[in-house]
Design a protein around this ligand. Structure first.
Ligand code: NG1
Length: 450
């Protein structure tokens, strides 16, 4: 992709009266596909995503007042504006200005901004939304890159890419989701031709070259997973249940080790003072958390507090499911998924695509059975993918809809695509042709363009 071409393309679309050519800036921010490591990031465990050549592109220019005006080439997102000021309130959940506000608020706080400058922002995107390819974080990062320039700050000098990723991961909670830092980190630190292994708290990244003879193919199930819409509570139930399970583990481990022990997230067991192995964590989980679905009352009893306190401290808006909370299964997914990420990294380094594929398949089963984030369409799509040439296939991203990612030998790409089109899109969904099926070509991390 040529930078010049991109900025020209953006320029051609600009609402002219808002942009004068003197102080205009441009940036591009890619989406990502997560190869393996789902719902591990907010638990402090690893992930293995790649950047993809589908991106948000933007133009920005400073204004003389403190108004922020937003334009989007996509007519589904109407022009919006808000005031940059000490307290910026959220718009209704799902409104697209919230993603921009998230970036602006986080930077205002970080740099103790007192002048609150205004700017115009024009967005153009090739990244599909609500498909698990991180369009939301791409938008937050876009806002942050634009606003950094408006503030006269330099990426790399005033704030590192890792710091910005960490800041924006926290900042994105403003939109209502309690996600981790995978998306922001790979978007800002990924590299063409590489997977980006990320560890958290503190954030660390390692780039690993991808297979040469195999490609990753993304297939859109066409079922939309609106994380700040209908799926918000389902998504947030993941982190909330994991943090609740940590409280049970903490109580158990205090008896075993130390009364002052504090476990904020599961990853603390591995990277913190205790330094437990996967098997030790699994053993302690079995001792501390019954395998059955647990009612709110049972959890309160185990923690020796009232159900009201359990709700207040961990569950927030999450309703008690009829069957109860499957805490053991959730933890089992997270811990085994972390192990799969570690083994996948080894498999990539050893150029062992078959092991990588097997781990992807296991990940899908665990996402479906233990984390319950799959849906029939994603299960069918992965089965069809495996039948027609993929050596591994799994859902990618938060789940409840969105895309799958499949590992396919280069030699079988046409065979795979033709058959997935026929069997899934045409036969199963009744569509005339495939939608949102593409080879996940990687690209450089987010950058400014001329
Ligand atoms: P997507 O797929 O973009 O909805 C979400 C979270 C990630 C991670 C994955 C599940 C955000 C911004 N992203 O990603 O941090 O938890 O789900 O692995 O919340």
């Amino acid at each position: 992709m040529s930078d010049t071409l991109t900025s020209t393309m953006i320029k051609n679309k600009l609402p002219g009266h808002f942009f004068n050519s003197e102080n205009i800036g441009f940036c591009r921010v890619p989406g990502r596909v997560n190869l393996i490591g789902e719902h591990t990031d907010y638990n402090g465990f690893s992930v293995l995503p790649v950047t993809i050549k589908k991106e948000v592109q933007c133009a920005f220019s400073r204004r003389d007042d403190n108004e922020i005006h937003l334009f989007n080439e996509d007519p589904r997102f109407q022009p919006l504006s808000f005031l940059n000021q000490p307290e910026i309130l959220p718009s209704p959940t799902g409104s697209w200005d919230n993603y921009i506000k998230a970036g602006v608020i986080a930077l205002n706080k970080k740099f103790k901004v007192r002048t609150f400058p205004g700017f115009n922002l024009f967005i153009k995107s090739t990244l599909p939304i609500a498909t698990g390819l991180s369009s939301s974080s791409a938008l937050v990062i876009t806002a942050s890159l634009a606003y950094l320039k408006i503030l006269g700050k330099e990426l790399g000098r005033d704030i590192s890419r890792l710091e910005l990723a960490e800041l924006m991961a926290e900042g994105e909670h403003f939109v209502g989701t309690k996600g981790g830092g995978m998306d922001q980190t790979v978007i800002l630190n990924g590299e063409e031709g590489h997977a980006c292994k990320i560890d958290f708290f503190p954030i660390r990244t390692a780039l690993i070259p991808l297979f040469e003879d195999y490609v990753f193919i993304v297939c859109d199930s066409t079922i939309r997973a609106q994380k700040t819409g209908a799926c918000l509570h389902r998504y947030n139930a993941g982190p909330r249940m994991c943090f609740l399970a940590c409280a049970l583990l903490e109580k158990h481990l205090r008896n075993e080790f130390d009364n002052d022990l504090h476990i904020k997230r599961l990853g603390d067991l591995w990277s913190g003072d205790l330094c437990l192995t996967f098997n030790e964590i699994l053993d302690f989980t079995e001792q501390a958390i019954p395998k059955e679905y647990l009612s709110l009352k049972e959890i309160a009893y185990l923690l020796d507090i009232t159900p009201q306190d359990v709700r207040k401290l961990w569950l927030g808006e999450i309703e008690e499911p009829e069957k109860g909370f499957p805490l053991r299964a959730r933890i089992q997914h997270v811990i085994t998924e972390h192990k799969r990420v570690e083994l996948s990294r080894d498999a990539l380094l050893a150029n062992d695509a078959y092991t990588f594929g097997r781990l992807m398949n296991e990940s899908h089963s665990s996402c479906a059975d233990n984390y319950e984030i799959s849906i029939p369409e994603l299960d069918i799509l992965t089965q069809i993918a495996r039948k027609y040439g993929a050596i591994g296939s799994r859902l990618t991203g938060a789940g409840f809809g969105g895309c799958t990612v499949s590992l396919v030998p280069r030699a079988k790409v046409d065979y795979f695509m033709e058959n997935v089109e026929k069997q899934y899109y045409q036969k199963y969904l009744g569509l005339p042709s495939a939608q949102g099926m593409f080879i996940a070509e990687t690209c450089p991390s987010a950058s400014y363009i001329n």
